[in-house]
Design a protein around this ligand. Sequence first.
Ligand code: ADP
Ligand code: ASP
Ligand code: MG
Length: 416
Amino acid sequence: MSLLVMKFGGTSVATLDRIRRAAKRVGREVANGHDVIVIVSAMSGKTNELVGWVEETSPLFDAREYDAVVSSGEQVTAGLMALTLQEMDIPARSWAGWQVPVKTSSAHASARIEEIPTDNLNAKFDEGMKVAVVAGFQGISPEGRITTLGRGGSDTTAVAFAAAFDAIRCDIYTDVDGVYTTDPRISSKARKLDRIAFEEMLELASLGAKVLQTRSVELAMRYKVRLRVLSSFEEYDETAGTLVCDEDDIMESNVVSGVAFSRDEAKMTLLSVADRPGIAAAIFGPLANAGVNVDMIVQNISEDGRTDMTFSCPTNQVARAEQAMLDAKTAGDINYVELVADTEVCKVSVVGIGMRSHAGVAAQMFDALKAENINIKVITTSEIKISVLIDRKYLELAVQALHDSFDLDKTTLNEG
Ligand code: ADP
Ligand code: ASP
Ligand code: MG
Protein backbone atom coordinates (compact mmCIF):
# COMPACT_ATOMS: atom_id res chain seq x y z
CA MET A 1 0.00 0.00 0.00
CA SER A 2 1.42 3.39 -0.94
CA LEU A 3 1.40 6.09 1.67
CA LEU A 4 1.04 9.81 1.07
CA VAL A 5 1.60 12.68 3.50
CA MET A 6 -0.67 15.71 3.04
CA LYS A 7 -0.16 18.83 5.18
CA PHE A 8 -2.77 21.57 5.47
CA GLY A 9 -1.64 24.97 6.75
CA GLY A 10 -3.64 27.42 8.86
CA THR A 11 -5.62 29.12 6.09
CA SER A 12 -6.51 25.71 4.63
CA VAL A 13 -8.23 24.69 7.87
CA ALA A 14 -9.40 28.17 8.96
CA THR A 15 -13.13 27.28 9.02
CA LEU A 16 -15.24 24.14 9.15
CA ASP A 17 -16.00 24.68 5.46
CA ARG A 18 -12.33 24.73 4.59
CA ILE A 19 -11.69 21.64 6.69
CA ARG A 20 -14.44 19.92 4.64
CA ARG A 21 -12.77 21.09 1.45
CA ALA A 22 -9.39 19.74 2.59
CA ALA A 23 -11.03 16.49 3.69
CA LYS A 24 -12.50 16.06 0.19
CA ARG A 25 -9.02 16.30 -1.27
CA VAL A 26 -7.85 13.67 1.21
CA GLY A 27 -10.83 11.54 0.21
CA ARG A 28 -9.76 11.71 -3.41
CA GLU A 29 -6.30 10.34 -2.55
CA VAL A 30 -7.90 7.55 -0.51
CA ALA A 31 -10.07 6.75 -3.55
CA ASN A 32 -6.84 6.64 -5.59
CA GLY A 33 -5.74 3.78 -3.34
CA HIS A 34 -3.42 5.58 -0.94
CA ASP A 35 -3.20 5.43 2.82
CA VAL A 36 -2.80 9.00 3.99
CA ILE A 37 -1.17 10.73 6.93
CA VAL A 38 -2.69 14.19 7.22
CA ILE A 39 -0.74 16.79 9.18
CA VAL A 40 -2.75 19.81 10.27
CA SER A 41 -1.87 23.29 11.49
CA ALA A 42 -4.00 25.31 13.88
CA MET A 43 -6.79 27.40 12.33
CA SER A 44 -5.25 30.54 10.90
CA GLY A 45 -4.67 33.23 13.53
CA LYS A 46 -5.07 30.76 16.39
CA THR A 47 -1.37 30.31 17.17
CA ASN A 48 -0.83 34.07 17.14
CA GLU A 49 -3.69 34.47 19.60
CA LEU A 50 -2.26 31.78 21.90
CA VAL A 51 1.25 33.29 21.73
CA GLY A 52 -0.28 36.69 22.54
CA TRP A 53 -1.97 35.29 25.64
CA VAL A 54 1.29 33.77 26.84
CA GLU A 55 3.26 36.99 26.29
CA GLU A 56 0.61 39.07 28.03
CA THR A 57 0.61 36.74 31.01
CA SER A 58 4.40 36.50 31.30
CA PRO A 59 6.71 38.59 29.08
CA LEU A 60 9.83 36.45 29.74
CA PHE A 61 7.74 33.26 29.82
CA ASP A 62 8.74 29.74 30.84
CA ALA A 63 9.00 27.98 27.47
CA ARG A 64 7.53 24.73 28.85
CA GLU A 65 4.27 26.50 29.60
CA TYR A 66 4.39 28.36 26.28
CA ASP A 67 4.45 24.94 24.60
CA ALA A 68 1.59 23.66 26.75
CA VAL A 69 -0.54 26.58 25.54
CA VAL A 70 0.41 27.03 21.88
CA SER A 71 0.30 23.31 21.01
CA SER A 72 -3.44 23.28 21.71
CA GLY A 73 -4.45 24.88 18.38
CA GLU A 74 -3.34 21.90 16.31
CA GLN A 75 -5.13 19.46 18.59
CA VAL A 76 -8.46 21.10 17.78
CA THR A 77 -8.01 20.89 14.00
CA ALA A 78 -6.73 17.30 14.17
CA GLY A 79 -9.91 16.18 15.94
CA LEU A 80 -12.16 18.20 13.63
CA MET A 81 -10.45 16.82 10.53
CA ALA A 82 -10.83 13.23 11.78
CA LEU A 83 -14.54 13.86 12.51
CA THR A 84 -15.06 15.41 9.08
CA LEU A 85 -13.46 12.39 7.39
CA GLN A 86 -15.56 10.01 9.47
CA GLU A 87 -18.67 11.89 8.35
CA MET A 88 -17.55 11.10 4.80
CA ASP A 89 -17.33 7.38 5.73
CA ILE A 90 -13.56 7.40 5.58
CA PRO A 91 -11.98 5.48 8.48
CA ALA A 92 -9.88 8.13 10.23
CA ARG A 93 -8.36 8.73 13.65
CA SER A 94 -6.51 11.70 15.16
CA TRP A 95 -3.26 11.78 17.14
CA ALA A 96 -1.66 14.49 19.23
CA GLY A 97 2.14 14.56 18.89
CA TRP A 98 2.75 12.82 22.24
CA GLN A 99 0.43 9.95 21.32
CA VAL A 100 2.37 8.88 18.22
CA PRO A 101 4.84 9.66 19.88
CA VAL A 102 6.80 12.34 18.01
CA LYS A 103 9.96 12.27 20.12
CA THR A 104 11.80 15.58 20.23
CA SER A 105 14.65 17.31 22.01
CA SER A 106 13.77 19.31 25.11
CA ALA A 107 14.49 22.69 23.47
CA HIS A 108 11.05 24.07 24.22
CA ALA A 109 9.49 26.39 21.61
CA SER A 110 12.06 25.26 19.03
CA ALA A 111 12.42 21.53 19.62
CA ARG A 112 13.91 19.19 17.02
CA ILE A 113 12.26 15.94 16.04
CA GLU A 114 14.52 13.04 16.98
CA GLU A 115 12.44 9.97 16.26
CA ILE A 116 8.99 8.96 15.07
CA PRO A 117 8.19 5.31 15.84
CA THR A 118 5.86 3.94 13.16
CA ASP A 119 4.25 1.00 15.00
CA ASN A 120 1.23 2.77 16.50
CA LEU A 121 -0.02 4.24 13.24
CA ASN A 122 0.92 1.19 11.18
CA ALA A 123 -1.04 -1.09 13.51
CA LYS A 124 -4.12 1.06 12.83
CA PHE A 125 -3.51 1.11 9.07
CA ASP A 126 -3.30 -2.70 9.25
CA GLU A 127 -6.69 -2.75 10.98
CA GLY A 128 -8.24 -0.82 8.08
CA MET A 129 -7.83 2.82 9.07
CA LYS A 130 -7.29 4.86 5.89
CA VAL A 131 -6.28 8.24 7.29
CA ALA A 132 -4.19 9.15 10.32
CA VAL A 133 -4.63 12.81 11.21
CA VAL A 134 -1.70 14.11 13.23
CA ALA A 135 -1.48 17.46 15.01
CA GLY A 136 1.48 19.27 13.49
CA PHE A 137 4.07 21.47 15.22
CA GLN A 138 4.35 19.37 18.39
CA GLY A 139 6.01 16.44 20.10
CA ILE A 140 7.14 15.15 23.45
CA SER A 141 10.48 15.72 25.20
CA PRO A 142 12.55 13.02 26.92
CA GLU A 143 11.20 14.48 30.17
CA GLY A 144 7.67 13.71 29.03
CA ARG A 145 6.55 17.28 28.42
CA ILE A 146 4.81 18.67 25.32
CA THR A 147 7.18 20.51 22.99
CA THR A 148 6.64 22.66 19.90
CA LEU A 149 8.88 22.95 16.87
CA GLY A 150 9.05 26.70 16.27
CA ARG A 151 6.68 28.81 14.16
CA GLY A 152 5.75 27.13 10.91
CA GLY A 153 6.71 23.78 12.46
CA SER A 154 3.87 21.76 10.92
CA ASP A 155 5.83 21.71 7.67
CA THR A 156 8.61 19.93 9.54
CA THR A 157 6.17 17.50 11.13
CA ALA A 158 4.93 16.64 7.63
CA VAL A 159 8.36 16.03 6.13
CA ALA A 160 9.50 14.05 9.18
CA PHE A 161 6.46 11.75 8.85
CA ALA A 162 7.09 11.37 5.12
CA ALA A 163 10.67 10.29 5.90
CA ALA A 164 9.75 8.00 8.79
CA PHE A 165 6.94 6.25 6.87
CA ASP A 166 8.77 6.24 3.54
CA ALA A 167 5.91 8.12 1.88
CA ILE A 168 5.74 8.39 -1.89
CA ARG A 169 5.40 12.17 -1.57
CA CYS A 170 4.86 14.99 0.90
CA ASP A 171 2.31 17.54 -0.34
CA ILE A 172 2.24 20.87 1.50
CA TYR A 173 -1.14 22.53 0.88
CA THR A 174 -1.09 26.25 1.56
CA ASP A 175 -2.68 29.55 0.49
CA VAL A 176 -0.42 30.17 -2.53
CA ASP A 177 -0.05 27.80 -5.46
CA GLY A 178 3.67 27.19 -5.06
CA VAL A 179 7.03 28.75 -4.34
CA TYR A 180 7.49 32.12 -6.04
CA THR A 181 10.50 34.25 -6.97
CA THR A 182 9.50 36.39 -4.00
CA ASP A 183 6.52 36.62 -1.66
CA PRO A 184 3.57 37.15 -4.06
CA ARG A 185 1.94 39.31 -1.40
CA ILE A 186 4.77 41.83 -1.69
CA SER A 187 5.31 41.87 -5.43
CA SER A 188 2.65 41.44 -8.07
CA LYS A 189 5.45 40.57 -10.47
CA ALA A 190 6.49 37.51 -8.46
CA ARG A 191 6.48 34.39 -10.62
CA LYS A 192 5.76 30.82 -9.63
CA LEU A 193 8.64 28.37 -10.00
CA ASP A 194 7.87 24.88 -11.33
CA ARG A 195 10.91 23.55 -9.50
CA ILE A 196 13.38 24.81 -6.95
CA ALA A 197 16.56 23.18 -5.67
CA PHE A 198 16.70 22.09 -2.01
CA GLU A 199 19.72 24.35 -1.39
CA GLU A 200 17.92 27.43 -2.73
CA MET A 201 14.72 26.66 -0.87
CA LEU A 202 16.75 26.17 2.29
CA GLU A 203 18.30 29.65 1.95
CA LEU A 204 15.00 31.32 0.99
CA ALA A 205 13.29 29.72 3.99
CA SER A 206 16.03 30.58 6.45
CA LEU A 207 16.10 34.17 5.14
CA GLY A 208 12.41 34.67 5.80
CA ALA A 209 10.31 33.07 3.02
CA LYS A 210 7.89 31.43 5.41
CA VAL A 211 6.22 29.26 2.76
CA LEU A 212 8.23 26.35 4.21
CA GLN A 213 9.89 26.09 7.62
CA THR A 214 13.68 25.87 7.20
CA ARG A 215 14.00 22.63 9.15
CA SER A 216 11.44 20.93 6.87
CA VAL A 217 13.62 21.65 3.84
CA GLU A 218 16.72 20.36 5.66
CA LEU A 219 14.94 17.11 6.47
CA ALA A 220 13.55 16.70 2.95
CA MET A 221 17.04 17.19 1.54
CA ARG A 222 18.63 14.72 3.94
CA TYR A 223 16.01 11.98 3.56
CA LYS A 224 15.27 12.57 -0.15
CA VAL A 225 11.60 13.29 0.42
CA ARG A 226 9.64 14.29 -2.69
CA LEU A 227 8.34 17.62 -1.48
CA ARG A 228 5.66 19.61 -3.25
CA VAL A 229 4.05 22.96 -2.36
CA LEU A 230 0.57 23.59 -3.76
CA SER A 231 -2.66 25.47 -3.17
CA SER A 232 -5.59 23.97 -1.29
CA PHE A 233 -7.90 26.48 -3.00
CA GLU A 234 -7.25 25.78 -6.66
CA GLU A 235 -8.34 22.85 -8.74
CA TYR A 236 -5.95 19.97 -8.35
CA ASP A 237 -3.85 18.45 -11.09
CA GLU A 238 -0.81 16.19 -11.05
CA THR A 239 1.61 18.93 -12.13
CA ALA A 240 0.29 21.60 -9.78
CA GLY A 241 2.53 23.57 -7.48
CA THR A 242 6.29 23.65 -7.06
CA LEU A 243 8.50 20.60 -6.67
CA VAL A 244 11.44 21.04 -4.30
CA CYS A 245 14.11 18.79 -5.75
CA ASP A 246 17.79 18.11 -6.38
CA GLU A 247 19.76 20.67 -8.30
CA ASP A 248 20.42 18.01 -10.98
CA ASP A 249 16.69 17.76 -11.72
CA ILE A 250 16.57 21.37 -12.88
CA MET A 251 17.72 22.04 -16.42
CA GLU A 252 17.90 25.81 -16.60
CA SER A 253 18.38 28.00 -13.65
CA ASN A 254 19.07 31.69 -13.18
CA VAL A 255 21.97 33.22 -11.30
CA VAL A 256 19.46 34.59 -8.81
CA SER A 257 16.24 32.62 -8.32
CA GLY A 258 14.59 34.47 -5.49
CA VAL A 259 14.40 37.47 -3.19
CA ALA A 260 13.61 36.82 0.48
CA PHE A 261 13.05 39.19 3.35
CA SER A 262 12.60 39.21 7.04
CA ARG A 263 10.61 42.18 8.28
CA ASP A 264 11.11 42.23 12.03
CA GLU A 265 14.83 42.56 12.58
CA ALA A 266 16.69 44.65 15.12
CA LYS A 267 20.21 46.01 14.89
CA MET A 268 21.92 46.04 18.28
CA THR A 269 25.20 47.82 18.89
CA LEU A 270 27.32 47.52 22.02
CA LEU A 271 29.29 50.76 22.20
CA SER A 272 32.86 50.68 23.41
CA VAL A 273 33.56 47.13 24.56
CA ALA A 274 37.11 46.06 25.40
CA ASP A 275 38.79 44.52 22.35
CA ARG A 276 40.45 41.50 23.97
CA PRO A 277 40.61 37.76 23.30
CA GLY A 278 37.39 36.13 24.47
CA ILE A 279 35.18 39.21 24.16
CA ALA A 280 33.01 37.68 21.42
CA ALA A 281 32.49 34.58 23.54
CA ALA A 282 31.65 36.75 26.56
CA ILE A 283 28.96 38.55 24.53
CA PHE A 284 27.46 35.82 22.39
CA GLY A 285 27.58 33.06 25.01
CA PRO A 286 25.07 34.79 27.31
CA LEU A 287 22.92 35.81 24.30
CA ALA A 288 22.71 32.17 23.17
CA ASN A 289 21.92 31.04 26.71
CA ALA A 290 19.11 33.58 26.85
CA GLY A 291 17.62 32.11 23.67
CA VAL A 292 18.50 35.07 21.42
CA ASN A 293 18.91 34.06 17.78
CA VAL A 294 21.80 36.21 16.68
CA ASP A 295 22.08 36.49 12.90
CA MET A 296 24.56 39.03 11.49
CA ILE A 297 27.65 40.08 13.47
CA VAL A 298 30.02 42.94 12.71
CA GLN A 299 32.95 44.05 14.83
CA ASN A 300 34.28 47.52 14.12
CA ILE A 301 37.93 48.51 13.90
CA SER A 302 39.16 49.11 17.42
CA GLU A 303 40.61 52.30 18.78
CA ASP A 304 42.61 52.50 22.01
CA GLY A 305 41.75 48.88 22.79
CA ARG A 306 37.98 49.47 22.57
CA THR A 307 35.56 48.56 19.79
CA ASP A 308 31.86 48.54 18.86
CA MET A 309 30.14 45.21 18.33
CA THR A 310 26.99 45.08 16.18
CA PHE A 311 24.63 42.13 15.86
CA SER A 312 21.12 41.56 14.56
CA CYS A 313 18.30 39.54 16.08
CA PRO A 314 14.48 39.33 15.75
CA THR A 315 12.74 42.39 17.23
CA ASN A 316 10.77 40.28 19.70
CA GLN A 317 14.06 39.15 21.27
CA VAL A 318 15.40 42.65 21.94
CA ALA A 319 14.25 42.66 25.57
CA ARG A 320 15.91 39.29 26.18
CA ALA A 321 19.13 40.49 24.55
CA GLU A 322 19.17 43.69 26.62
CA GLN A 323 18.61 41.73 29.81
CA ALA A 324 21.34 39.19 28.97
CA MET A 325 23.84 41.98 28.26
CA LEU A 326 22.93 43.84 31.42
CA ASP A 327 23.35 40.65 33.47
CA ALA A 328 26.76 39.99 31.88
CA LYS A 329 27.81 43.58 32.61
CA THR A 330 26.62 43.37 36.22
CA ALA A 331 28.53 40.11 36.64
CA GLY A 332 31.66 41.88 35.36
CA ASP A 333 32.02 39.58 32.32
CA ILE A 334 31.74 42.42 29.80
CA ASN A 335 31.93 46.16 29.98
CA TYR A 336 30.22 48.48 27.51
CA VAL A 337 29.14 52.10 27.56
CA GLU A 338 25.74 51.69 25.94
CA LEU A 339 23.60 49.16 24.06
CA VAL A 340 21.86 50.92 21.17
CA ALA A 341 18.86 49.12 19.66
CA ASP A 342 17.59 50.04 16.20
CA THR A 343 14.30 48.18 15.94
CA GLU A 344 13.22 49.71 12.62
CA VAL A 345 15.26 47.53 10.27
CA CYS A 346 14.61 44.56 8.01
CA LYS A 347 16.74 42.09 6.08
CA VAL A 348 16.51 41.61 2.33
CA SER A 349 18.40 38.82 0.55
CA VAL A 350 18.97 37.50 -2.94
CA VAL A 351 19.46 33.74 -3.37
CA GLY A 352 20.65 31.57 -6.23
CA ILE A 353 22.90 28.56 -6.81
CA GLY A 354 24.15 30.30 -9.97
CA MET A 355 26.09 32.70 -7.72
CA ARG A 356 28.65 29.95 -7.12
CA SER A 357 29.95 30.36 -10.64
CA HIS A 358 28.92 33.93 -11.37
CA ALA A 359 30.72 37.08 -10.23
CA GLY A 360 29.18 40.52 -9.85
CA VAL A 361 25.91 39.65 -8.12
CA ALA A 362 26.77 41.67 -5.02
CA ALA A 363 27.72 44.69 -7.11
CA GLN A 364 24.46 44.46 -9.05
CA MET A 365 22.49 44.18 -5.81
CA PHE A 366 24.19 47.24 -4.28
CA ASP A 367 23.66 49.21 -7.51
CA ALA A 368 19.96 48.42 -7.54
CA LEU A 369 19.62 49.62 -3.94
CA LYS A 370 21.69 52.72 -4.65
CA ALA A 371 19.38 53.62 -7.54
CA GLU A 372 16.52 53.75 -5.02
CA ASN A 373 18.62 55.71 -2.53
CA ILE A 374 18.43 52.91 0.05
CA ASN A 375 21.20 52.92 2.61
CA ILE A 376 22.75 49.56 3.54
CA LYS A 377 23.47 49.14 7.26
CA VAL A 378 25.01 45.65 7.43
CA ILE A 379 25.97 43.13 4.72
CA THR A 380 26.57 39.37 4.93
CA THR A 381 27.23 36.85 2.19
CA SER A 382 27.54 33.12 1.77
CA GLU A 383 28.10 30.89 -1.25
CA ILE A 384 24.58 31.28 -2.66
CA LYS A 385 23.12 34.35 -0.96
CA ILE A 386 23.73 38.01 -0.18
CA SER A 387 21.82 39.74 2.62
CA VAL A 388 21.57 43.37 3.64
CA LEU A 389 20.06 45.10 6.63
CA ILE A 390 18.14 48.26 5.64
CA ASP A 391 15.49 50.57 7.12
CA ARG A 392 12.18 48.72 7.33
CA LYS A 393 10.28 51.47 5.51
CA TYR A 394 12.19 50.55 2.32
CA LEU A 395 11.40 46.81 2.43
CA GLU A 396 8.84 46.69 -0.40
CA LEU A 397 10.83 49.11 -2.51
CA ALA A 398 14.03 47.07 -2.11
CA VAL A 399 12.33 43.75 -2.88
CA GLN A 400 10.78 45.22 -6.02
CA ALA A 401 14.03 46.84 -7.14
CA LEU A 402 15.99 43.60 -6.73
CA HIS A 403 13.28 41.52 -8.39
CA ASP A 404 13.41 43.90 -11.38
CA SER A 405 17.19 44.17 -11.45
CA PHE A 406 17.66 40.39 -11.65
CA ASP A 407 14.86 40.02 -14.22
CA LEU A 408 12.99 37.57 -12.04
CA ASP A 409 9.67 38.40 -13.67
CA LYS A 410 10.90 37.68 -17.17
CA THR A 411 13.08 34.65 -17.69
CA THR A 412 11.79 31.15 -18.05
CA LEU A 413 13.72 29.51 -15.31
CA ASN A 414 13.75 26.35 -13.27
CA GLU A 415 12.20 24.18 -15.97
CA GLY A 416 12.10 20.50 -15.23
P1 ADP B 1 0.55 27.93 5.97
O1 ADP B 1 -0.36 28.49 7.00
O2 ADP B 1 -0.18 27.19 4.89
O3 ADP B 1 1.69 27.17 6.53
P2 ADP B 1 2.27 30.23 5.60
O4 ADP B 1 1.62 31.55 5.83
O5 ADP B 1 3.14 29.68 6.67
O6 ADP B 1 1.12 29.19 5.19
O7 ADP B 1 3.14 30.26 4.25
C1 ADP B 1 2.54 30.68 3.05
C2 ADP B 1 2.88 32.15 2.81
O8 ADP B 1 4.27 32.28 2.55
C3 ADP B 1 2.23 32.74 1.58
O9 ADP B 1 0.95 33.21 1.86
C4 ADP B 1 3.19 33.86 1.20
O10 ADP B 1 2.72 35.12 1.62
C5 ADP B 1 4.46 33.54 1.98
N1 ADP B 1 5.67 33.52 1.14
C6 ADP B 1 6.83 34.15 1.44
N2 ADP B 1 7.73 33.98 0.49
C7 ADP B 1 7.16 33.21 -0.46
C8 ADP B 1 7.63 32.68 -1.71
N3 ADP B 1 8.87 32.91 -2.17
N4 ADP B 1 6.77 31.92 -2.43
C9 ADP B 1 5.52 31.68 -1.97
N5 ADP B 1 5.03 32.16 -0.81
C10 ADP B 1 5.83 32.91 -0.05
N1 ASP C 1 0.43 26.76 13.93
C1 ASP C 1 1.85 26.89 14.00
C2 ASP C 1 2.29 28.28 13.58
O1 ASP C 1 1.51 29.08 13.20
C3 ASP C 1 2.56 25.84 13.20
C4 ASP C 1 2.25 25.85 11.71
O2 ASP C 1 1.21 26.33 11.29
O3 ASP C 1 3.07 25.32 10.97
O4 ASP C 1 3.46 28.57 13.64
MG1 MG D 1 3.51 27.78 7.42
